[in-house]
Write a protein that binds this ligand. Structure first.
Ligand code: ZN
Length: 798
């Protein structure tokens, strides 16, 4: 442990924060306050932080150092750590970097000397383990040989990144000069090692996860002005991932998610270091794609750690969704994008709040005094959060959890000149460096929908209060007087000279909403304002999404709590120790989607995850589709058998599909759902009139109510066809555009009952021909899609 002299020296060093940077960040127009300037107030965030602080005090530094010492040939009698830090795990050593960052953040946020003391001890001991060439790791340098030779090895630069990031934070947040020395020697080793490789060799190497080492090296360059650090950072520009992003293309599917997010983070810091707008555009494009096309209702992303095809959410619910590191890194990226483009800040911070409150705040176990943390956050129905432990886990998410829970104050406030942005409704006090002004935010958000700012000191501030997109009827009062016209999804500006005792009361009414998934509008998450609510299912596992009747949702009187029948819904961030469901099948709804993308077999999987699989029958085969595969129907006995009861209870529906007709036969069926020739609804591509027809009846052919299209469907080309039916209105669409409607359909789909003869390509009438066509992207919805939504189906081609 450190001597008393070291302690005294440490106490004399005030955290210096970003003031140490020599190079100004290019392209930045807003600035963070140092952690030393913001103190967290009592509440849920502070409770999380207190648990992580307790863990940081508890952790045995010598156990963390054990494998560094062993690898360096130094004595160690400490008990080895387990989990990902075990002596045989190739990722060993990464946790010490997380711990250094967390200790540095804890010290800067509280001034508690014990955090710096422990951090300084770790740095001093790591310095003793550093090789003369600068290499420093808990694994031998031969791992890097294996990496460069293309041999199997588990992410060695990922581990090194965590260590250099921790050293940098110890330097910047606690003023440790030794941390800077160790870091610069290590950076020199990275440069020396990689400068010996060709560009092609490095690009090959970058296919293995390397974390945020590029980001840390750009950060170091901003501090050091040493061009070698810039060169070294750019060795980690991974063209395979960055080039499609620079072209604005979503090529993320199939890539390991948390391997890629730090590359975008490095890119935005590369922009700040160089001014090269290509870096900025890569980062912005990545953020847009991940947030809008790859994120769940809680703000997390990834299933089984990988990005999936865009807009697949309901069909990607499992026990391995939403790795916590991903959101930790997305928040870091979002914060950098805010600094870069505060004009878009309200949008960035809506996402920040969503992922922070719904994913990360609830990823720490409140029953653990040491803040044990989730790795994945399961989003399958019946999921259960599981957590890390003191010494036998040490996953990446255990590590980033320590970091997240020691820096909640870093994105509440930002500044630009006299402008002060209030972004997050978290209780905290800002002491504005150099201005003699403090701003205290008191709030119980999100359990309460209000926040009060109290100003101490005097001066002009152009205050910008974030008005979240989810609120309606927001009100802001200055000293009790209504001020301005708050617009959701923007900032309310209050520019005035403030005096001690001035108050700002912010009221942000929240409403209940059901957020549909993009791939199945019937599958929805329940939100109250920004807070995702989860059904609480105790020890009951679930094999399918639970049903929810929105009309049954009743508030319990406890903030953010509802019941739906016998099920209690509470904030997901408060959901621990029991099984839950975030997503629901909304009552009276049903849906199915058959992409026909299976390679073989007779099953056509329901891609919605609702389990309504269909079966190829009568010699139906597979062919190339409009997107992926399709089912090929021959016109002579082949059809697809859809599940019984598919439209049972339907008051509204949409059926849509791609079809490529082989022949212009009369009376085949694209689909026909019924119970024989008396009761059915169908769509034929060609009635006796020569044009498509939708018909519904409960009294046979003579009682059909119909929509007749105006023109024949072509043969030999993919054509998108859709029918919507709600109330008395049915609309027929061809290629995304309405072609006919009937507003006098008095027969409701529900009166057909639970039909059992539900087919693609086959008629209830035995004399009608089977369909000769390829069919793809067959979708059923429990509501009438809008014209825009049908058009969207047509334009996406799926
Ligand atoms: Zn992780």
């Amino acid at each position: 442990m450190p001597s008393r002299r070291t302690l005294l020296k440490a106490a004399a060093l005030l955290p210096a924060g970003p003031a140490l940077a020599l190079r100004p960040d290019a392209g930045v127009t807003a600035y963070a306050f140092p952690l030393t300037a913001v103190r967290l107030g009592a509440g849920r965030f502070a409770e999380n932080t207190a648990r992580t602080h307790a863990y940081l005090r508890f952790l045995d530094a010598d156990r963390l150092l054990h494998m560094f010492r062993v690898t360096a040939g130094r004595p160690s009698s400490a008990t080895p750590c387990g989990g990902w830090e075990s002596p045989s795990t190739e990722l060993r050593g990464h946790s010490i970097g997380h711990v250094l960052t967390a200790l540095a953040q804890a010290y800067a946020s509280t001034g508690e000397a014990a955090f710096k003391t422990k951090g300084d001890y770790l740095v001093a001991e790591l310095a003793l383990c550093q090789r003369p060439n600068g290499f420093l790791s808990a694994y031998p340098e031969s791992f890097i040989d294996r990496l460069e030779a293309g041999q199997q090895v588990w992410a060695p630069y990922y581990t090194l990144h965590k260590i250099v990031a921790g050293l940098l934070d110890m330097h910047q947040l606690t003023g440790s000069a030794l941390a800077r020395t160790v870091l610069e020697r290590k950076a020199a080793w990275v440069q020396a090692r990689n400068s010996l490789l060709s560009y092609a060799q490095r690009q090959q190497m970058l296919r293995v996860e390397f974390g945020g080492i590029g980001e840390t090296l750009f950060n170091l360059y901003q501090l050091s002005e040493n061009p070698a650090h810039l060169t070294t950072a750019q060795y980690f520009d991974h063209a395979q991932v960055l080039d499609p992003l620079a072209a604005g293309v979503d090529a993320l599917a199939g890539f390991h998610a948390n391997t890629q997010i730090p590359k975008a983070l490095a890119a935005i810091r590369g922009y700040h270091a160089t001014g090269d707008t290509r870096y900025r555009d890569i980062a912005v494009t990545f953020w847009n794609l991940v947030v809008k096309q790859h994120s769940y209702a809680i703000g997390g992303n990834s299933n089984g750690e990988y990005f999936q095809a865009p807009n697949r959410i309901a069909s990607e619910l499992s026990d391995t969704t939403c790795e916590c590191c991903n959101s930790y890194n997305m928040l870091k990226l979002t914060r950098q994008l805010f600094l870069t483009d505060p004009a878009r800040g309200a949008e960035f911070m809506d996402f920040y709040e969503k992922a922070l409150v719904n994913h990360l705040l609830g990823a720490q176990n409140p029953a653990s005094a040491h803040g044990f943390h989730c790795y994945y956050v399961p989003l399958r129905a019946g999921g259960l959060k599981t957590y890390s432990n003191d010494y036998d886990n040490f996953t990446c998410c255990h590590g980033t959890g320590m970091e997240t829970n020691t820096k909640f104050t870093d994105s509440i406030w930002f500044t630009s000149g006299n402008t002060l942005y209030l972004n997050l409704f978290i209780p905290a006090t800002l002491t504005w460096p150099g201005r003699g002004i403090t701003v205290t935010q008191a709030t119980g958000f999100p359990e309460t929908a209000t926040s009060r700012l109290t100003i101490t000191g005097t001066g002009q501030i152009d205050l910008r209060v974030r008005i979240p997109s989810w609120t309606t009827g927001a009100q802001v009062r200055v000293n009790g007087v209504l001020t301005g016209s708050p617009v959701p999804g923007s900032y309310l500006a209050i520019n005035r000279t403030w005096a001690s005792g001035d108050t700002v009361d912010i009221s942000l009414p929240m409403a209940l909403s059901l957020e549909p998934t993009p791939d199945n509008p019937a599958v929805r998450a329940v939100r109250h304002g920004p807070v995702v609510l989860a059904g609480q299912f105790g020890t009951t596992n679930l094999s399918a999404l639970p049903n929810l009747d929105p009309a049954a949702l009743q508030p319990t009187g406890v903030p953010l709590e509802y019941t739906a029948g016998s099920v209690l819904l509470r904030p997901f961030y408060q959901t621990h120790g029991q099984r839950y469901s975030v997503y629901w099948n909304v009552a009276g709804t049903f849906a199915a989607h058959y992409p026909f993308d299976e390679a073989s077999g007779s099953t056509a999987l329901d891609a919605t995850g609702n389990g309504r699989d269909a079966a190829l029958a009568g010699g139906a085969t597979r062919t190339t589709g409009r997107s992926g595969g399709a089912v090929q129907l021959t016109g002579s006995g082949a059809y697809v058998n859809l599940p019984a009861g598919l439209l049972a209870g339907a008051t509204s529906f949409t059926i849509a599909a791609w079809v490529r007709l082989d022949t212009a036969a009369t009376w085949p069926r694209l689909f026909d759902l019924g119970a024989g020739t008396g009761t059915y609804l169908f769509l034929t591509p060609r009635s006796s009139a020569g044009t498509p027809r939708y018909a519904i009846t409960t009294g046979g052919a003579g009682a059909e109510q119909r929509i007749d299209g105006p023109a024949a469907l072509p043969t030999g080309v993919w054509t998108h066809v859709a029918v919507t039916h709600t109330g008395n209105l049915g609309v027929l669409y061809v290629n995304g555009a309405e072609v006919a409607r009937n507003s006098a359909l008095t027969i409701r789909p529900s009166v057909l009952g639970a039909t059992t003869q539900n087919w693609i390509g086959r008629s209830q009438y035995a004399g009608d021909p089977y369909l000769a066509a390829a069919v793809d992207g067959f979708r059923i919805y429990s509501r009438a899609l809008s014209a825009a939504e049908v058009s969207q189906l047509n334009s996406t081609g799926q």
